[in-house]
Design a protein around this ligand. Structure first.
Ligand code: GLN
Ligand code: ZN
Length: 765
């Protein structure tokens, strides 16, 4: 018999119940016990949803983040919150979210734990903090308590733990000490935990070591060996879990570790799975992640069975089936989507449907395909309909991508020549000032958008309302004295959704929420088909904004790579192919803006860095096509048109060449939080074009002083010739209010004026 299980279930709830309970708790409008009741109710519901599996997971649920949970379970709590009063829950949320001076009486402010991306997903975890003094201690009560509850609902319950080596890998050493020096201490706590689980009658425990799909040096490989040799004395069976990629050079290591079972991501590592069938010692079970746990497409069950049946014949009871990874990365239930197009809906599977697929595959293997004939037939029909759909495949788009020639990838002239033309045309002062695009999204703007969506505002009423907002925004910018203006983006709910809604090939769910971090969720667009530009998406707004001022108005667009990285994408063609289609669509919009007389166009690539593959050996390939896509989008314009791009992150060192190859005339980046530290990258690499290092941290309500801004810009001017520097905030201003924005920009402009008088722009080249 094949055994079925799951690695983890989405925690936020179908209706985002956890989000609302958390936010109400933080606001003080619900008590701790109501929050905890909600958490218990959600876990119960999720276990029931998984009831058809042989083994259900426990310990995958989290109030905020599973890595933070691991830190608390191992007693690794940052010192800054240890002495604080309040419940354990308060301490937990303080690490997650920090604490400002204002919300605690006499209490000093506490900064939040750093947050970073969970592997190559769009989920963010709280980075564990280590130093050479770090000591671990076991706090297993919450896990044991939920184990107890799960057992009342289901016979076979499998605790999910973050593996000790991955836990160390994910953390940050604060004093430069070697994290691996902490392994021994961590392992003794781990052994104690396995002991407790064994005493509680646990048979199988899932230990996640996703770093096995990354490039590991000998010290980390050794740590893995040491860990699992040491933990093998436990009487609990360990299912060692890997996901998000292939094992490649770590395949042999993964096979050899003395554990009872190995789980691999068969959605991306089929050939490896074949090898494992041959190589895995015969006392080990092999768990195949056969259903892609992070995509939203149905699995081709018939094809999967064709592959699985011979494997099953060989492995028999040693074969387990599951989704490839935790289902944390997909929405809960397709059932909630009543408004999706029927065809498209039939091609999709969310968490609940993915578990059904696992169950169908297992039944087909255990009892024969005829037992699940109907399910296989309807799956086959859906797969075939998608494969041949005229809505998915637009021959014109495919041939346009094939026809991209080298002439489309480059500007007419190199930057130095363009810059001359642009400078004499715009006549901007030294240290020109601009913003990143959005201005405060006030309550009334959001209401207008909502009323329009609900049909309460007519098209023309809505247009009028938005024009009022744009006019207001332009007036404010003129009064402040900014040099390059923006329209303020009042019509945009989200920088990807706004464009996705108007391009062919995208669709949107009603409640396809996925946790991004803590209570924050995103509803990624779904790119289901060939992407095509059908009408100008921004021209009317920008043209209107330009008509109100003599200063240059920037047209604002989202770039192809960011649209790709923040969407659910197709699995029937390479990401690069989808990206080229997006690039062509944005290129048309760029040309439409230029045609309409807009002379500066910004193409945001906020998520370019996020798309980097897990293995460094694959970075160059990604960067090559990502940069090419940007260039295709941007480079159709005349020399006099100035292209800006914006990126809101602070790590450039390792991708500097690629950033320069994008060849935007101006790039604006985040730098204020690291007080220009990231500009160190510019010491090694002479960035050739113009750059606006952000001087105003828009994540904080603080208003930067003129002196602070001058100081930051002077640091920048030490690395970059002053005549190529711009002055701007770190990112868009939509989350701030006007009372904060106006004085901050006023200071920014004053700093720019000071700099142009005192730092002779032509002298430091
Ligand atoms: N133009 C966008 C804005 O200002 C950029 C947002 C982003 O970089 N995340 O809001
Ligand atoms: Zn940004």
């Amino acid at each position: 018999m094949v055994t079925t299980h799951n690695l983890g279930f989405p925690r936020i709830g179908k209706e985002r119940e956890l989000k609302f309970a958390l936010e109400n708790y933080w606001k003080g409008s619900v008590s701790e016990s109501i929050l905890l009741d909600t958490a218990v109710a959600l876990q119960t519901r999720h276990w029931l949803e998984q009831a058809s599996l042989d083994w259900i997971p426990v310990g995958d649920f989290s109030l905020y983040d599973h890595v933070l949970d691991a830190s608390f379970m191992f007693g690794n709590i940052p010192e800054r919150v240890r002495e604080m009063t309040g419940s354990g829950l308060d301490q937990y949320f303080r690490v997650a979210r920090g604490r400002s001076v204002s919300d605690g009486a006499a209490c000093a402010s506490v900064h939040a734990g750093e947050m970073t991306k969970w592997f190559d997903t769009n989920y963010h975890y709280i980075v564990p903090e280590f130093d050479r003094e770090t000591r671990f201690s076991l706090h297993s009560e919450p896990l044991l308590e939920s184990l107890h509850r799960a057992r009342q609902l289901h016979q076979q319950v499998k605790p999910v733990l973050l593996g000790p080596v991955t836990y160390l890998w994910l953390g940050k050493s604060r004093d430069g000490s070697n994290k691996l020096d902490l392994l021994d201490g961590l392992l003794s706590v781990y052994a104690q935990l396995l002991q407790e689980l064994a005493e509680a009658g646990v048979e199988w425990v899932q230990i996640d070591e996703p770093i096995l799909v990354m490039e590991l040096d000998e010290s980390w490989m050794h740590a893995l060996r040491k860990t699992y040799y040491q933990l093998q004395s436990s009487s609990v069976n360990v299912l060692l879990t890997t996901y998000f990629g292939q094992l490649q050079g770590n395949l042999q290591l993964a096979c050899e570790l003395p554990v009872a079972g190995l789980h691999v991501d068969a959605s991306v590592a089929r050939e490896e799975a074949d090898k494992l069938v041959d190589w895995l010692p015969s006392h080990k079970i092999l768990s195949l992640g056969v259903v892609n746990g992070r995509g939203i497409w149905k699995t081709d069950l018939t094809a999967m069975l064709d592959w699985l049946e011979p494997i099953h014949a060989r492995l028999q009871d040693r074969l387990w089936l599951a989704p490839s990874c935790s289902l944390l990365h997909v929405p809960v239930d397709l059932q909630s989507e009543s408004q999706l197009d029927e065809d498209i809906r039939s091609w999709l599977a969310f968490a609940v449907q993915k578990l059904d697929e696992v169950a169908i595959l297992a039944r087909a293997l255990n009892q024969g395909r005829h037992n699940v004939m109907e399910a296989l037939q309807s799956n086959h029909a859906a797969i075939a309909s998608r494969r041949h759909s005229k809505r998915v495949h637009l021959p014109d788009v495919k041939s346009a991508v094939r026809a991209i020639g080298s002439g489309m990838v480059s500007r007419q002239s190199p930057y130095s020549q363009r810059a001359e033309i642009q400078h004499s045309q715009f006549r901007l002062p030294a240290f020109p000032t601009t913003t990143i695009g959005s201005f405060p999204q006030t309550q009334s703007i959001r209401e207008a958008r909502r009323d329009y969506r609900m049909g309460k505002l007519s098209e023309s009423q809505y247009q009028q309302r938005m024009q009022q907002e744009i006019a207001h925004c332009v007036r404010e910018q003129e009064a402040l004295g900014l040099d390059v203006l923006v329209h303020g983006e009042p019509e945009r709910n989200d920088m990807v959704e706004y464009f996705g809604e108007q391009l062919r090939g995208f669709t949107f769910t009603q409640s396809g929420w996925v946790q991004s971090y803590g209570s924050r969720c995103v509803k990624p667009p779904i790119i289901y088909g060939d992407v095509m530009h059908t009408h100008a998406m921004t021209v009317d707004w920008i043209r209107y904004a330009q008509s109100l001022t003599k200063k240059p108005m920037k047209g604002m667009l989202t770039g192809p790579v960011t649209m790709l990285n923040w969407s659910f994408v197709r699995d029937d063609q390479p990401r690069a192919e989808t990206c080229m289609q997006l690039a062509l669509a944005i290129r048309q919009e760029v040309l439409a803006l230029e045609q309409a007389g807009i002379r500066i166009i910004q193409i945001d690539e906020a998520a370019l860095r996020e798309g980097l593959p897990l293995r460094k050996s694959q970075w160059q390939d990604y960067l090559d096509w990502a940069v090419r896509a940007f260039r295709i989008a941007a480079n159709g314009v005349r020399d006099e048109t100035q292209i800006h791009t914006h990126m809101c992150y602070s790590e450039f060192n390792d991708i500097m060449t690629a950033i320069a190859n994008m060849d935007a005339d101006v790039i604006t980046i985040e730098t204020s939080r690291s007080s220009m530290e990231l500009l160190d990258a510019f010491d090694q690499f002479a960035y050739p074009n113009e750059i606006g290092p952000g001087v105003y941290d828009i994540h904080s309500p603080n208003i930067p002083s003129v002196d602070a801004i001058i100081d930051l810009m002077q640091k920048a001017a030490q690395r970059i010739p002053a005549q190529r520097l711009w002055v701007n905030p770190d990112c868009g201003l939509k989350t701030r209010n006007w009372e904060e924005v106006k004085p901050a920009l006023r200071n920014m402009i004053a700093a720019s004026r000071y700099l142009s008088q005192h730092l002779n722009a032509s002298q430091s080249s």
